[in-house]
Design a protein around this ligand. Structure first.
Ligand code: BDR
Ligand code: CA
Length: 327
């Protein structure tokens, strides 16, 4: 067995963020080295409190550091209470009052320190707006040479008819900070994008949720309860029964990349105008007569297809506990 992958999760919990966190924590092939928080699904004070709470609840020992409260350039978009609840975790019954202390470093510093401590080994998994990663890059550009890989849940490239989820062309994490996303996607480090093209194929339906509740022990039961508001949003707003596994699909891509088909090419993010937040890839190595915006940029990987049933099964099996037992 190869040694576990060293992973740092940058996140804005967030109901599906909670699923991704539990997934990475529970999988034996991952060594979770840190959790960094960012504004997004809620203000950063809320997402940070939630990350501490989830870490405490799931028994995760990795440090939790608070990150950016605001996008790099644009104004803050409102919290996504209609999607993730007023508390960011689906309006839980219990108070969210974690006792765990925060790591004293800002998130981008924890990212830099963690990567520097394990050169060539750390996979950054980013499932919220990309502000912390952009700040880490600007403070320590050499990071690009020593990160193993960056896996991002974000973006939408229009394959299989999947457009945006906050505008016809834009996905929420990228829309929250398009300048940061553009900086991260154009930096010379290996980026894999797990966007709506594939996450809108991975539906956690009621049968899967029942399995999670029945087989997933305390964590599964918790994720089931926390998802009720999220599932209700999907039923009302999107007309699907269940929810899309956005952030957990990025975790699956780290664990079993073979479940995803990818396409290579440089990426850009539209940072103004009516297509704000749109992600565009110049694929196939084509040389454009007006291609200045893509010239000389690194080719990154965009996921264009997914074995959705296998991703769902991997998630459920990873969360599964023996009946009445712990881990
Ligand atoms: C992304 O936006 C957030 O609401 C989810 O947590 C996910 O990271 C999906 O567009
Ligand atoms: Ca998220």
């Amino acid at each position: 067995m190869p040694p576990p992958k060293k992973v740092l999760l940058d996140t804005d919990p967030g109901v599906d963020d909670a699923m991704a966190l539990a997934f990475l924590h529970r999988h034996a092939a991952v060594n979770l080295l840190g959790i960094t928080t960012v504004f997004g699904n809620a203000e950063v004070e809320v997402t940070t409190r939630n990350a501490l709470y989830l870490a405490e609840r799931f028994g995760i020992g990795a440090p939790v550091a608070r990150g950016a409260a605001l996008p790099l350039v644009r104004p803050l978009r409102g919290a996504a209470a209609q999607v993730h609840g007023d508390d960011g975790l689906g309006n839980l019954q219990d108070p969210i009052a974690p006792a765990r202390p925060l790591d004293p470093r800002p998130a981008h510093r924890l990212i830099i320190d963690t990567v520097r401590a394990h050169p060539g080994e750390v996979t950054l998994v980013a499932v919220g707006p990309l502000t912390n990663l952009a700040l880490a890059l600007s403070e320590e550009p050499a990071l690009t040479q020593i990160v193993r890989e960056v896996v991002v849940m974000g973006g939408a490239f229009g394959t299989h008819g999947h457009g945006g989820n906050v505008s016809p062309v834009a996905e929420a994490n990228v829309m929250c900070d398009p300048h940061a996303a553009d900086a991260v996607f154009t930096a010379p480090w290996p980026v894999t994008i797990v966007g709506l093209d594939v996450t809108h194929e991975v539906l956690m339906d009621s049968a899967a949720f029942e399995r999670l509740r029945a087989e997933g022990g305390e964590e599964g039961a918790f994720l089931f309860e926390a998802s009720r508001h999220y599932v209700d949003f999907y039923r009302r707003a999107v007309g699907v029964a269940g929810c899309f596994m956005h952030d957990a699909s990025a975790a699956a891509c780290v664990l079993v990349p073979e479940l995803f088909t990818t396409r290579r090419g440089p990426l850009r993010v539209v940072c103004e105008g009516i297509a704000l937040g749109q992600t565009i890839q110049s694929a196939g190595g084509r040389r454009w007569s007006h291609g200045e915006a893509w010239a000389g940029l690194p080719a990154q990987q965009v996921c264009t297809a997914v074995q959705a049933d296998a991703v769902l099964e991997l998630f459920l099996r990873t969360l599964r506990r023996p009946r009445g037992g712990q881990a």
